[in-house]
Design a protein around this ligand. Structure first.
Ligand SMILES: CC(=O)CC(=O)C(=O)O
Ligand SMILES: [Mg+2]
Length: 219
């Protein structure tokens, strides 16, 4: 059997675990309380989309938002991982978008319903190429940016995260066993806004990676 290559983790069919409200400035812009514990939700592997394929706007939303986030790719699985060992479980990183149907999320929030249709639809998780861990020696201090049609919309630094990457790995693994190939989205800084059909999204981790996606309406 051929060994699977972690650099194509999106093909493995593993979990995508997302952290919400991990930046105070973003929690404030959506008038959410600053969390005292990480807010978690999931996307299925069918959410992945790679450069060259479009982000599809679901037919049921009229307010699709971009959220640029640092993704952490798990290289070694585990349960109840101590914070002190957490970084040993990281194979690398990816730049990710947590595409969000904000109108549907608002409706779900007001009804006390889960965010699944707002967050987990097909193409809701655009990802960059795999970034080996050596290329980001300090993941707690990298700059993320996102432009829509060449206009800067998001610019933030992972130093603003409320919960650090080791804390998140440890916290998540207490409840959900982490497996090799899982991806953790670590939350978005402020500046989220709506995208439309035919928009061009560009995002980057300063000095490390850039990626581009076009937005299309679903047939
Ligand atoms: C309010 C949200 O959509 C939470 C989220 O995904 C985030 O990144 O923050
Ligand atoms: Mg998010």
């Amino acid at each position: 059997m051929t060994a699977r290559n972690i650099s194509r983790f999106w093909e493995w069919g593993r979990k995508i675990i997302c952290v919400g409200r991990n930046y105070a400035d973003h929690a404030k812009e959506l008038k959410n309380a600053i969390p005292t514990e990480p807010v978690l939700f999931l996307k299925p592997p069918s959410a992945y989309v790679r450069e060259g394929s479009p982000i599809l706007v679901p037919l049921y939303t009229s307010n699709l938002h971009h959220e640029v986030e640092l993704g952490v790719v798990i290289g070694k699985g585990g349960t109840a991982i101590p914070q002190s060992n957490a970084m040993e479980h990281v194979a690398g990183y990816a730049l990710c978008l947590d595409m969000t149907a904000r109108d549907i999320q608002d409706e779900c929030k007001s009804k006390g319903l889960p965010w699944t249709l707002a967050k987990a639809f097909n193409t809701s998780c655009p990802v960059s190429e795999f970034i080996p861990r050596e290329r980001i020696p300090d993941p707690g201090n990298v700059k993320l940016w996102l432009r829509v049609n060449d206009q800067l919309r998001q610019s933030g630094c992972t130093s603003q995260m409320i919960f650090s990457i080791p804390y998140l790995i440890s916290y998540i693994s207490d409840f959900i066993t982490l497996e090799e190939g899982d991806l953790i989205l670590t939350g978005t800084p402020k500046g989220v806004s709506a995208v439309q059909e035919h928009d061009e999204l560009q995002a980057g981790i300063e000095d490390v990676v850039t990626m581009s996606f076009r937005v299309d309406r679903q047939d």
